[in-house]
Design a protein around this ligand. Structure first.
Ligand SMILES: *Cc1c(COP(=O)(O)O)cnc(C)c1O
Length: 413
């Protein structure tokens, strides 16, 4: 464990020396370890919205995963990374088609995981016989935040009433091959288990022979040291049991899919920032770094916790070790007072107890592989920062260049 830890800090220091900060770093070995834990499922489908760099997608492809795409751009990324548009290698999941995406999935013959009856009508009219799945809203949902709960009355996602959907599918002669449920991102075993029962009963009640069932994503990963690790073995067993009982009921083989994003990539990601200023108000000590919520939005968006560690660059380690920890507020450079990384989901500031920090030190955010870089924006005209990969055989690869501000301005000329 400690050796692993030292290795990553060694790599981070090496990249800092050559490239400056800020940057993202992913550790391929962590991704491979997580993939192994899902081997009981027939198909692992990576939810690429969690981390969509094509070099990360290539890792998935090399390891025989399939991929989920939720936009036209994500279809393009998947194809660029080497996924085929055939054999369900890419499945497009959404609740709408914009016109561009509709013609793309028709032209490329990509399976669509349908979330609204309007989608059925729109694709039925121009592509009869198209292969589809139905994403069902199971009338309950659960995620780590209200904003990532994707089931129940408050969710726009999925088909609420299945019967009228099936009617439309028959009307247009679409080929229904799969049922899919995704209740939310960052859920828990109790709620995820309920999906098994729901889907099984629903499929039996509809008496529809189906080739594929997808358990969706939502498998949580720990962010705090004292958080329980998800019982992936139990989760797999519930689903295998669900699959087997459906196979027995219909007397035919069924393919069981899982569709995680966070579970596969969260732990593999690090965000490296530099402390550029420290200031005090009467109440708080603010440590201001060179990344903002335009880079990592999870704390501001959901009140998410990310472990933060320090690389001390001022050779004061020996001295600071003796010193007590301090309560600090970690904040970004954006022109907005809500640009805080230690923040409650109600918007209140939280302090973090950390070893003494100096200007010039580096702060590392942990577990940012999922919904980190992929949720970044250009707010405050800040270009996207570079991404690096530590490969399984310990090579450091730059997998994304820093965006150029001139490229952004060009679009406006
Ligand atoms: C976001 C999403 C996922 C992945 O959720 P995680 O919590 O990252 O596992 C899977 N399926 C669909 C349809 C999604 O929208």
């Amino acid at each position: 464990m400690n050796k692993q830890k030292n290795k990553i800090y060694y790599v981070i220091r090496k990249i800092i020396k050559k490239n400056n900060s800020p940057f993202w770093l992913y550790k391929e070995q962590d991704i491979l370890n997580q993939i192994k834990k899902l081997k009981k499922f027939d198909v692992i489908r990576f939810a690429q919205k969690s981390c969509s760099n094509i070099n990360i997608l290539k890792i998935m492809k090399r390891n025989k995963l399939k991929v989920d795409a939720v936009s036209s751009g994500e279809i393009d990324r998947a194809i660029e990374a080497g996924f085929s548009s055939q054999n369900d290698e890419i499945v497009y999941t959404s609740d709408i088609f914009d016109k561009e995406t509709l013609s793309k999935v028709v032209n490329l013959n990509i399976t669509v995981n349908i979330g609204s009856i309007d989608m059925i009508k729109q694709i039925g009219k121009i592509s009869p016989g198209h292969n589809i799945w139905l994403r069902i809203n199971p009338k309950f949902g659960h995620g780590h935040s209200k904003k990532t709960n994707t089931g129940g009355n408050n969710s726009k996602h999925g088909i609420w009433k299945v019967k009228p959907a099936i009617k439309e599918i028959q009307k247009y002669g679409l080929k229904l091959s799969g049922f899919h449920v995704h209740i939310g991102s960052g859920s828990n075993l109790h709620n995820l288990k309920k999906v098994c029962k729901y889907l099984k009963n629903k499929i039996i009640k509809m008496n529809k022979k189906i080739k594929i069932i997808s358990s969706g994503g939502g498998i949580p990963t720990p962010y705090k040291n004292d958080e329980k690790v998800f019982d992936i073995k139990k989760y797999s067993e519930y689903w295998i049991k669900t699959k087997k009982s459906l196979e027995n009921y219909f007397n035919q083989k069924i393919i069981l899919e899982t569709e995680p994003g966070r579970f596969i990539v969260s732990k593999s990601g690090f965000l490296i920032s530099e402390v550029r200023a420290i200031k005090k108000t009467d109440k708080y000590k603010f440590v201001i770094i060179n990344v903002g919520f335009n880079d990592l939005i999870r704390p501001v968006m959901y009140g998410s916790y990310h472990k933060i560690s320090i690389i001390n660059m001022t050779k004061k380690d020996a001295k600071t070790k003796l010193k007590k920890k301090e309560d600090v507020v970690i904040s970004g450079p954006l022109c907005e007072s809500g640009d805080i990384f230690t923040i409650h989901n109600n918007g209140n500031i939280i302090t973090r107890k950390l070893k003494k920090i100096y200007v010039g030190d580096y702060l590392i955010f942990h577990d940012v592989g999922a919904y980190g870089s992929s949720m970044s924006s250009n707010y405050n005209s800040r270009p996207l920062i570079p991404e690096f990969l530590l490969t399984y055989d310990n090579k450091i690869k730059k997998i994304r260049k820093k965006q150029k501000i001139l490229d952004l301005i060009k679009l406006e000329k």
